[in-house]
Design a protein around this ligand. Structure first.
Ligand code: NAP
Length: 500
């Protein structure tokens, strides 16, 4: 018998990127449409709105890097470009009627739990209340720029890839790219052809796995998928299954991992014939340990006549360029920082206060931690989507966001039915979960001795070490024993959990 719903939960979703859109569509489909999406940026799309650097491409195939509820048959490329992915997110927002829920240019400064619900303040001073807050604030959001001595004195242009400025103009210039991660590799490939000189400053070389990133998606396939949603569903399911192989490679030290690692080494050997350059490009750690870089063009670009790889440490920036530890001065017009992000800054710098005034900084004094990526002890009726440990590197982000949103929806149903007023995960359940995460991290490739952005200041790995089946099991049915449940019958009092 269907449960009778007696009230509609008021929901605030913070962020209109992949996680926020997944949450909003999932809630709406479940009949909960009393929500507002507060978005700091001037448009939806999250990371795809903020990142607009030349060469931006998603190295996950687009038939996988899409929402399960919004399959797109006609991606123009197998690995779509940033602008096409951004357009897709805007289209999904329109298609599912989210536009009227979204408030752009609305950065949340405060979110405070008042004992029954949340009071959320936006930068312009607007105050909103909600029964539930969904923090879909993303992971790679705050750009990191190293504090290089002399940077202020530089007379040329400086830009971070995550805040690209088209007015700079890079054609015909002497360009420095600092960084050799996924972004650095893409931006080097894109800027090298039109540069007078491109110098890449690479502190640590990365393994770069070859893939034909520019390959178009077949128009015939697009027609077939458009004509048959059933076929499209199957293709998506197969893509999810295939991504499980990559998760397995990351999680377990099997022959499959070794085979992929050999392929990464072969990618370098086959494409870079010059011995000294090859040595400079050879990392001293296992392939896949850092976030795997994929490119079909990088090794060609860095071997071009107008390109140079510099592995000497940057000692200072001068008014006219960059000086390295060997005493060499590199004349530069534009410095491009592809130096990544503050990746563990979830929800910061928001003043987030939970039960009894607990701040998120206090709760996370020992680093970000959540129960199953989504619930934080001390923060009732607040859930994260793609929160701590969200599965970069092992599971489709969209799959995980949708799964988490459906899990949260079950609490919304119980609230709507009048069964619960507040729900808060227990400290014990969270500790148990984090212990399981730490144990499962042991055999992962991320733990094989490299320095990557996956590590927190506390030396934990902020990733997801479980396969999709385990993930799905964890986020299918909430276990009441893991939660403190405040029920209306107890006048909002918090009932003690019975688990240990
Ligand atoms: P990243 O992987 O964190 O790389 C940052 C780079 O900057 C590294 O090479 C790092 O060197 C270097 N660096 C940092 N501080 C430096 C300093 N003081 N001096 C010299 N070099 C310095 O950042 P990212 O390339 O922006 O990528 C971040 C993540 O975004 C990726 O791992 C991926 O998850 C995602 N991404 C995905 C795609 C995609 O196609 N799906 C594309 C771009 C980005 P060290 O290695 O020595 O620290």
């Amino acid at each position: 018998m269907a449960t009778k719903l007696i009230r509609a939960p008021k929901i605030i979703i913070i962020g209109a990127g992949v996680a926020g859109i997944a949450a909003a569509v999932t809630f709406k489909k479940a009949g909960f449409d009393d929500f507002v999406i507060l978005e700091k940026g001037a448009d939806v799309g999250g990371v795809w709105f903020w990142n607009r650097y030349p060469g931006l491409t998603c190295d996950v195939p687009s038939q996988l890097y899409q929402f399960g509820f919004a399959p797109k048959p006609d991606w123009s490329r197998v690995w779509a470009t940033g602008p096409e992915i951004q357009r897709y997110h805007a289209e999904v927002v329109d298609k599912f009627g989210l536009r009227e829920h979204v408030r752009l240019n609305s950065e949340v400064t405060d979110a405070v739990f008042d004992g029954r619900g949340w009071v959320v303040t936006v930068a312009d001073g607007t105050e909103l209340t909600a029964d539930f807050v969904i923090a879909a604030t993303g992971v790679l959001h705050h750009p990191f720029t190293p504090d290089l001595p002399g940077l202020d004195s530089f007379e040329g242009s400086v830009v971070h890839t995550a805040r690209w400025d088209d007015s700079i103009g890079t054609a015909g210039k002497r360009i420095a790219v600092v960084g050799s991660g996924s972004t650095g590799v893409q931006v080097v490939s894109a800027l090298q052809p039109d540069a007078v000189k491109l110098t890449q400053f690479a502190r640590t070389p990365q393994w770069v796995l070859w893939a034909p990133m520019g390959a178009g998606q077949s128009p015939v396939l697009a027609k077939l998928l458009a004509a048959s949603p059933e076929l499209h569903g199957r293709v998506y399911a197969v893509s999810l299954w295939a991504s499980g192989i990559l998760a397995d490679v990351a999680l377990r030290p099997t022959w499959r991992r070794r085979a992929l690692q050999r392929l990464a080494k072969l990618s370098l050997r086959a494409q870079v014939r010059n011995k000294s350059l090859r040595e400079a490009l050879t990392p001293d750690y296992q392939p896949l340990c850092k976030r795997q870089v994929i490119s079909g063009t990088y090794y060609q670009a860095i071997q071009a006549d107008n390109a140079e790889l510099v592995t000497d440490k940057i000692t200072e920036v001068t008014p006219t360029g960059i000086r390295t530890a060997d005493g060499r001065d590199h004349d530069i017009d534009v410095i491009v920082f592809a130096t990544g992000f503050h990746p563990h800054n979830y929800m910061r710098p928001m003043n987030l206060r939970g039960r009894d005034g607990l701040t998120i900084d206090e709760a996370w004094a020992k680093g970000p931690r959540a129960y199953r990526m989504t619930a934080i002890p001390g923060f009732p009726n607040l859930f994260t989507v793609l929160g701590p440990n969200s599965p970069t590197g092992s599971i489709s982000l969209q799959y995980s966001a949708e799964l988490t949103a459906r899990y949260i929806t079950q609490w919304l149903h119980r609230y709507a039915a009048g069964e619960v007023d507040t729900v808060e995960v227990t400290e014990q359940a969270t500790a148990r979960f984090n212990d399981a995460v730490a144990e499962a991290m042991g055999p992962t490739v991320w733990n094989t001795g490299c320095n990557s952005w996956y590590f927190t200041d506390q030396n934990t790995i902020d990733l997801w070490p479980f396969d999709r089946k385990t993930t799905t099991a964890m986020l299918t049915e909430p276990d009441d024993r893991d939660f403190l449940i405040g029920s209306p019958a107890r006048c909002g009092a918090v009932a003690e959990s019975t688990t240990v």
